[in-house]
Design a protein around this ligand. Structure first.
Ligand SMILES: NC(=O)c1ccc[n+]([C@@H]2O[C@H](COP(=O)([O-])OP(=O)(O)OC[C@H]3O[C@@H](n4cnc5c(N)ncnc54)[C@H](O)[C@@H]3O)[C@@H](O)[C@H]2O)c1
Length: 329
């Protein structure tokens, strides 16, 4: 069962931080479609105005421009909210290696501000984005909660610290926190542009524009690519999870494994392109293989991902075909 038949109290109010970004804007859309009130917060540092404007006509939607580094802003946005879905952060492992100080400020201090504001305003559930990068150099597959290695980047460390605060806030203050360790999420509205863009939207856009994509490494690295609908399900189900399931982190993935070179060939085939990719050096801070054991989230969050990689990639390519053609016209 996905999330479309989930119900919450009639006047339930959600806050989505990072609502102008990829995952945040998809969460906003899903909650509005379920008929509940949503407040969005974003500072547009990596998010897009068009991801906010799309929903502004909906009377159940409210947007505030602001920064999670400012505690007063965090208090203001949490007032009257039942469920916080905290997505605002800076992503990208390589960028964090270049700018560690900024990651400390945004991802650690910003998340602590949001957790503290949620505690002070009596939020019921605090659900936040963590990342598969917390597994670091742990070589065993599948990745399972409780068996983490040394982190390999400032980004991964920020997520690990978020999880420690999540545990502490649950034990010390009784705030129900749920850390969702996303594994390579993909889908509509993911930013295809810039050097730090994720691989799926980047390949799709480059191939549509007949450019030659670059694969970092030999293409034989593998990932548990997770379609956005599964991530929405995890967030909403965490809002319904028990108090006992709080204070912990959960793998959120499909539980499959795709090699990068196969992903490239699937996208090329779907777009009818025959462009041979360039191969570059493996990126610093990257791991070779990643795939998730999702049994903990299944057991404690009732997470049961409906969308496999093939279905997800088909919908994603279709959505980019429309938007990328619209932009270039
Ligand atoms: N996309 C993935 O595959 C993936 C994987 C693991 C974890 N995550 C995590 O999921 C969350 C969402 O990622 P995404 O892919 O949607 O990224 P995104 O960059 O599309 O969205 C993040 C949003 O947060 C906003 N933001 C950043 N700093 C802010 C600040 N100081 N104050 C207010 N808003 C701020 C940005 O403007 C942006 O709209 C992040 O926490 C990210 O670390 C994503």
């Amino acid at each position: 069962m996905g999330y479309k038949r989930l119900t919450f109290p009639k006047n339930a109010k959600f806050l989505v931080t990072g609502s102008a970004g990829f995952i945040g804007s998809n969460l906003v859309e899903a909650i509005l479609n379920l008929g509940y009130q949503v407040r969005g917060l974003d500072n547009f540092s990596t998010g897009k105005k068009e991801n906010v404007e799309e929903f502004l006509g909906n009377p159940k939607y409210e947007f505030l421009e602001g920064d999670i580094r400012d505690f007063d802003t965090c208090i203001k946005v949490c007032e009257g909210v039942d469920f916080v879905l905290h997505q605002a952060a800076w992503g990208s492992v390589p960028r964090s290696i270049e700018m560690p100080l900024l990651y400390e400020e945004i991802n650690i201090k910003g998340t602590l501000n949001m957790m503290e504001a949620s505690r002070q305003t009596n939020v019921k559930k605090f659900v936040y984005a963590s990342s598969s990068s917390v597994y670091g150099d742990e070589p065993n597959l599948p990745k399972i909660e409780g068996r983490e290695g040394n982190v390999l980047s400032p980004y991964a460390l920020t997520k690990k610290v978020n999880e420690e605060y999540g545990k502490l806030y649950s034990n010390l203050y009784g705030l129900d926190t749920y850390g969702l360790r996303y594994f390579n999420v993909f889908g509509r509205r993911q930013n295809p542009d810039g050097v730090y863009a994720a691989v799926i939207p980047k390949f799709i856009k480059q191939l549509i524009n007949n450019e030659q994509p670059m694969i970092n490494g030999d293409g034989k690295q593998s990932r548990d690519f997770t379609y956005i609908e599964n991530v929405i399900e995890a967030n909403l189900k965490a809002c319904k999870a028990s108090h006992e399931a709080g204070g912990q982190a959960y793998n959120i993935a499909y539980g499959g494994r795709e090699y990068l070179i196969d992903l490239y060939n699937i996208i090329s085939k779907a777009l009818g392109k025959e462009i041979v990719p360039k191969f570059g050096t493996q990126r610093l801070g990257d791991i070779k293989h990643s795939n998730a054991d999702i049994s903990k989230a299944k057991k404690f969050l009732d997470y049961d991902p409906e969308w496999d990689f093939e279905q997800g990639i088909k919908y994603t390519i279709d959505s980019y075909k429309k938007t990328i053609f619209v932009h270039s016209n």
